[in-house]
Design a protein around this ligand. Sequence first.
Ligand code: C2E
Ligand code: MG
Ligand code: MG
Ligand code: MG
Length: 278
Amino acid sequence: YAARAAGSQLMIYTPELDERADAAARLGADLRHSLDDGDFRVVYQPIVDLRTTRIRAVEALVRWHHPVRGFVSPVDFIPIAEDNGLIVELGEFVMRTACHKFAGWRALGPDAPDYVSVNVSARQLSEPGFPAVVAGILDECGLAPAELLVEVTETALFGGGTAVHAVETLHAAGVRIALDDFGTGHSSLGLLRTVPVDVLKVDKSFVDEITAGGERAVIADALIRVSNGLRLRAVAEGVETAEQAAYLRELGYEYAQGYYFGKPVPDPDFSPLTTAKI
Ligand code: C2E
Ligand code: MG
Ligand code: MG
Ligand code: MG
């Protein structure tokens, strides 16, 4: 308190911080139980081609049905699972579930989506056996490596080390790599020279600017140019309106994802062959 009252940036100790740490520890323990009890599910959101309106890919997102609290957002529990290491087991569950489900959809024929996107955290990438685990799952499911896109954040790769090495190993094996929430993390552009990347997922905040007025879409425009220049695919995230979709198409975006096209849904509700509304 004294430090804060003095206007210092240093927060040494507050009761609120302590409470937050307690809550995180409780949630961390609950994560362990829920992993054993099967309280996690995977939901799927379509990624569409803005020109043809077809679903070209699907992103897998984890959901926790907490026995007491009900829905808990991944934004709240993923960081805790990263801290206590349970993200390794949880992440493998998501990867295996998503790849098996996608293999079934892929078998529907040539109109089926081309790849499944799975989010992977820094902690998973730092596990020495991670690329081998991924290879094993692809093998189990009969998926080609290029049918999997691993989504990592810039921040996870900041500082290099084992995480970058894992990305290189996966990429060399044919798995494709996306930078998620692109433009919001550390060292955005420099990373593109040092890490093998196939896809840029342009963060929702830049899509929102399109309809926010003022300097409309300056960054969305810059990022599609960077993407084209480096021969990467850009995917616009968080598209919520027809106006945003139309503007992104004008800017040259090929792929997009967002509530406008479809919210994340459990697998029985996901229809991989439908045409999205545009
Ligand atoms: P992300 O990977 O950037 O995923 C996109 C998030 O935006 C998802 O939130 C999705 O439901 C949401 N979203 C999609 N379209 C729209 C839209 O039009 N409007 C708005 N407002 N939101 C939209 P979700 O599922 O809550 O996940 C949040 C974040 O948690 C993810 O961001 C990702 O970083 C992390 N996450 C989710 N599942 C996993 C997982 O299995 N493993 C790891 N490591 N992280 C995960
Ligand atoms: Mg993602
Ligand atoms: Mg994202
Ligand atoms: Mg995001």
